[in-house]
Every structure is written in structure tokens, then in C-alpha cells.
Design a protein around this ligand. Sequence first.
Ligand SMILES: NC(=O)c1ccc[n+]([C@@H]2O[C@H](COP(=O)([O-])OP(=O)(O)OC[C@H]3O[C@@H](n4cnc5c(N)ncnc54)[C@H](OP(=O)(O)O)[C@@H]3O)[C@@H](O)[C@H]2O)c1
Length: 288
Amino acid sequence: MRVFVLGGTGSIGTPVLRELIERGHDVVALARSEASAIILERRGATVLRGDLAAPEGWVPTLPAVDGVIHLACDFASDMAAIERGLLDTLLPHLARQGTEARFLYTGGCWLYGATGDRIASEDSPFAPLAAFAWMVPHLLRVLDSEEVAGIVVHPAMVYGGEGGVFRRFARDAASGSVRVVGAESVRWPLVHCDDLADLYALAIEAAPRGSSYIGTAVDSMPVGQLARAFEAPELQVLPPDVIAEELGEWARGYACDQQLSGVRARRELGWRPAHLNPIADIHQWLRQ
Ligand SMILES: NC(=O)c1ccc[n+]([C@@H]2O[C@H](COP(=O)([O-])OP(=O)(O)OC[C@H]3O[C@@H](n4cnc5c(N)ncnc54)[C@H](OP(=O)(O)O)[C@@H]3O)[C@@H](O)[C@H]2O)c1
């Protein structure tokens, strides 16, 4: 397949791009800067220069593609307006290309809100964290679209690779005190970025039109247990307001107590995540 990837330098996009290329797909990737273009080219993609915020400048130059994987997000800008503009330009362009394109939109675990002791699935109602509520109408638009065959993947908390949610713990641990948000008992659903990349590849290759998948390998794990695995001398519990002030409103999600099920992706797509023990992964990482 020829697959167009938006966000191919990101913490999820990097392993997704690698997985697609390893599986023999022809990848075209969007780059908003020269630095990103160099990285993407080095990794084997054909670069299309452009910014999410100005799709009219680059969408007309996009070659015909079989699939699109949208993983680009700028957590500081008005993503509701930027992404609306992107979909308004990109979806009609794809509809005009002759063959139907598959379009994989990235949602996220925080769209399901705090689930507490309930384990949410793709059939559960959305209860999005305020900072990500703009995603819901966009993902519904993609799923219902007649312009493309829409698919949604909702990644759990992603770890491993260059980025990921454990980076902050590792940085904190190096300074002697690991910080968790809300409470040690807050539970996170988790997925290793390599397993998630495998799910993205399976979904763009074979998921039926209109389908959604939660990408979680581990339904939930208490964040205190994860933080303590970094073996820092001290553990601090921060109120959500403090982390929101430091990183932005989106970071309130770190206090979201969730349990999610990844059964559908396993059953329907044959997804077999290899990383089922995040604590063992942390220990291995610390030994490197
Ligand atoms: N990471 C997680 O744990 C997680 C969990 C659930 C859902 N998600 C969702 O997954 C998506 C990707 O997350 P991520 O963690 O991979 O993000 P990330 O590491 O911050 O990567 C963002 C990507 O978007 C690109 N980008 C940002 N603004 C752009 C613009 N204006 N024009 C073109 N490209 C732009 C960046 O490109 P350059 O920086 O190279 O320019 C980068 O490749 C987000 O929607 C996020 O909400 C993430």
C-alpha cells in the first residue's frame, strides 16, 4: 500500500512509520520543517513538506494513496480549528482521487474519561477530558465519512521508544524525586509503542470501514507502582492543577483513573501485543 503518514516523527508516528516500511509499504510523510524532513527521509519515507495548519498549500500536491494515518498533533495550538481545516481540505481531495482511501484517525484513551472500576470498551460512551473534547466530532466525522473508509485507533498510555509516558518519570528519577499526578492509586491502561505500531499497521491493512479499536495491551496498572519501579529516593503526588499549570490543560489526563479493554483488536485484527509487563520493561530500561 502507499500510506500517507501525518506525525511520522512523533512518539507514536516514529514506530508506526518504521513498522509500515518494514512491512514493505510505500510511505509518504508530512514534514513541517527541514529538520523533520531530513529525519523522515533518512527513515525511508518520501517527504511532503507542509503544515497541518495550512493544508491548502500541500494537499493538492499529495499523490494518490491507499491509506492515510493521522498522528499529528500540536498540544499547544487550537487543534479543533486546525484539524477541522485539515479534514475540510484533505477528505474531499481523497474522495476525488479515484480509488477509495482508508483513513485512520487517532483518538486516545482520555476520550473515555475516568472509568473507575468499570473496564471501558469501544462501545462505551465518550466522556472526554476537556482538553481533547474537540477530537470526538472529528473522529465521528471520519467514521461516518463517505469520502474515505474511516477507522479509529484509541491508543492507551504509550511507553517505550524515543518518547512515551515513562520519559517524564525517568527525568524526574534522575533528579531524585518521581512525581505522579492525582494519587498513586490512579490506574493507567498501557501499550508499548512497538505493539501499538503493529496495531496501526494491522488496522490500515485490514480493519473494516467504520471500525474503532482501543490500543491497550494492559487494561490498567496503578501509576504509583509504575513510578516506584524507577527507584527514585522520593515519590511526590502532585495535584492536577499543578501539572496543568506546568504542561498545559491536556496534562490533567495524567490523573485520569482508567481501565480499558483491548480485546476487540485482538479478536478482530489478530493483534498480539508482546509487551504485557510494563514493570519488567522499566527494569530492563534502567539496566541499559
Ligand atoms: N503518546 C500517548 O501516550 C498518546 C496516547 C493516546 C493518544 N495519543 C494521541 O496520539 C497523537 C500523537 O501523539 P504523540 O504522542 O505521538 O505526539 P508527538 O510525539 O508530540 O508527535 C506529534 C507529531 O505531530 C507533528 N505535528 C505537530 N504539529 C504539526 C503541524 N502543525 N504540522 C505538521 N505536523 C505537525 C509533529 O511533527 P514535528 O514535531 O516533526 O514537526 C510530530 O510528528 C495525538 O493526537 C495524541 O493525542 C497519544
